[in-house]
Design a protein around this ligand. Sequence first.
Ligand code: HEM
Length: 166
Amino acid sequence: MHGLYLASVTLHILAAVTWIGGMFFLVLVVVPWLRRGNRAAAGAFLRETGLAFRTVGWVCFGILVVTGTFNLWVRGVRLETFANRAWLASSAGHAVTLKLLVFALVIAVSAVHDFRLGPRAAAEIEADPDSHVAHRLRRQASWLGRVNVLFALALVVLGVIIVRGW
Ligand code: HEM
């Protein structure tokens, strides 16, 4: 069982670094490079790489939920534990419930960004990169991406706190 637990934590951390690393690359390298370059090509590039990274991101979310749930199970957390007032008031209870809340926000923001705003922004940028709509959608999609980067950092900190305490 201990081997399975070690494999689960390792896979959990790998899924976290894959998703977060990909977001940092997009925000810090791809988007600034696209802003300096050929706008018309930017739309096609963003659409194709955005779609590819969307798949990677949601596969990572799936792995994080499965391994995260198993990690919680190994730590003795069961569904009924969330009805236990003493546990909810404990530092471990705080860390886990806060982490699940932030993760739910990440899923909501990612769903809007990946399935609505992102594809619409890439299509508008491709159609007319200098249009008012393209600018507005690109700005909104960028801000959602940045919000998710902040949530991702909070999830890593909460993961470390779950393991080591506040
Ligand atoms: C994007 C989402 C997530 C990220 C970035 C993330 C990140 C991390 C990191 C970096 C650790 C390792 C901390 C350490 O060893 O010091 C960790 C641990 C942990 N995470 Fe997550 N996590 C995410 C989602 C989840 C979810 C959805 C759950 C629960 C369903 C979860 C439950 C846990 C648990 C229980 C641990 C402790 C593992 C252990 O026992 O050592 N995580 N997380």
